[in-house]
Design a protein around this ligand. Structure first.
Ligand code: NAD
Ligand code: MG
Length: 368
């Protein structure tokens, strides 16, 4: 079993040939000069952030970048998923063009997954690609969205429908930025961390159970290990399936039920991570009902998710509504509902389930 490293800093190398880069993890990284050394030289840099994260961290980042760039601009977007949009993208591109930024300009994404996805996509398309650095400031962005190279904006007809695969040249996950994160957002990030245990690493699941209280207390050494191991697992999965043809789907454990809950309640009612937390309880239940896992696994997952201050009861949307919502999930190919389920701790597989089985699964964890 892995044990908690006393180190509060870590580095995860992502091996992608010419596109290899490092994820640096630790407290105090933002204000550390060495964090920002070795980036490509350029006349200009552009920091993309939002009006919530900007007031907290923008000037500190700008101060550190000053020695490296002739001019450092910032685009401060309004906060919120609804601004992961074509008009925000246009604001970033327009700023780059109006300031005569060239193809060496380095883009910095300072914020959560919304800013990372949007700034990453802007970097991918501006002059067919400029260097891009991720500075994720939510736990979810540090363990999930800043790894794997997916960038996107939303379209009124669907989330993440316009995007590109584009890798950053560095990721800087400063654990101190998590101190200002609202508790619900912290728990939402924990859901994605918990996910990596059952799908890929049984020992990590044990470790999370032992260290959950320290994670909730935002202990830096404990967070450092959790972020590092999560990035390693995501990178390992993505490394075998960079363009999402198969294996990468296991990262969606809990997400089929989760997306149904998110959409069914209306976006924003539950955070994504909250829906995934509850979705993992349901997907664990389904794994047990398919005979792949013992009932004790469901209890174990439910307890852990509850301790992480995430919901474990499915909202009563009605079976037909659940089925309808899960059928339109974009991960489904032939109209069949496919689920990521656990087949032995640390191993995830895809299975289809009958309507009856889905009904029983939901009934076992329904909010009365
Ligand atoms: P988010 O970016 O909206 O951040 C959540 C909230 O926390 C926002 O209000 C934000 O302003 C605020 N915030 C951010 N950092 C803060 C800090 N340090 N202190 C205080 N407040 C802070 O949401 P998120 O959960 O980080 O990311 C969700 C987005 O990520 C979604 O758009 C999703 O599609 C995307 N995503 C992408 C991938 C990928 O592979 N590219 C993976 C998962 C999720
Ligand atoms: Mg997710």
């Amino acid at each position: 079993m892995s044990v908690s490293s006393p180190e509060s800093s870590a580095c995860v190398p992502i091996e992608l040939g010419e596109r290899s880069y490092e994820i640096r993890i630790g407290p105090g990284l933002l204000d550390l000069a060495s964090t920002w050394q070795g980036l490509p030289r350029a006349a200009t840099a552009l920091i993309v952030t939002n009006d919530r994260v900007g007031p907290l961290y923008l000037e500190r980042l700008r101060t550190q970048l000053q020695p490296h760039f002739g001019r450092i601009d910032a685009v401060v977007l309004p906060d919120g998923e609804q601004h992961k949009s074509a008009s925000s993208l246009d604001a970033v591109i327009d700023h780059l063009l109006a300031s005569a930024s060239d193809r060496k300009t380095v883009l910095f994404a300072l914020g959560g997954g919304v800013i990372g996805d949007l700034a990453g996509f802007a970097a991918a398309i501006y002059m067919r690609g400029v260097p891009f650095v991720q500075v994720p400031t939510t736990l979810l962005a540090q363990v999930d969205s800043s790894v794997g190279g997916k960038t996107a904006i939303n379209h009124p007809r669907g989330k993440n429908m316009v995007g590109a695969f584009y890798q950053p040249i560095r990721v800087v996950a400063d654990l101190d930025t998590l101190d200002t994160l609202p508790p619900r957002e912290l728990s939402a990030g924990l859901a994605e961390i918990i996910k990596y245990g059952p799908i890929a690493d049984a020992a990590f699941l044990d470790w999370i159970e032992h260290n959950l209280d320290a994670l909730l207390d935002r202990d830096k050494a404990t967070l450092a290990y959790a972020v590092k191991r999560s990035c390693e697992i995501k990178a390992w999965v993505v490394g075998q399936d960079e363009r999402e043809s198969g294996l990468r789907a296991i990262l969606n454990f809990g997400h089929t039920f989760g997306h149904a809950i998110e959409t069914g309640l209306g976006y924003g009612a539950w955070l994504h991570g909250e829906a995934v937390g509850c979705g993992m309880v349901l997907a664990s239940e389904l794994s047990a009902r398919l005979g792949l896992m013992p009932a004790s696994f469901v209890d174990r997952m439910q307890r852990l998710i509850e301790r992480a201050r995430l919901p474990v009861l499915a909202p009563a949307l009605g079976l037909d509504r659940y089925l309808e919502l899960m059928q339109v999930d974009k991960k489904n190919e032939d109209g069949e509902i496919r689920f990521v389920v656990i087949e032995g701790l640390g191993k995830a597989v895809m299975r289809t389930a009958s309507k009856t089985l889905i009904a029983e699964t939901l009934a076992a964890h329904l909010d009365p």
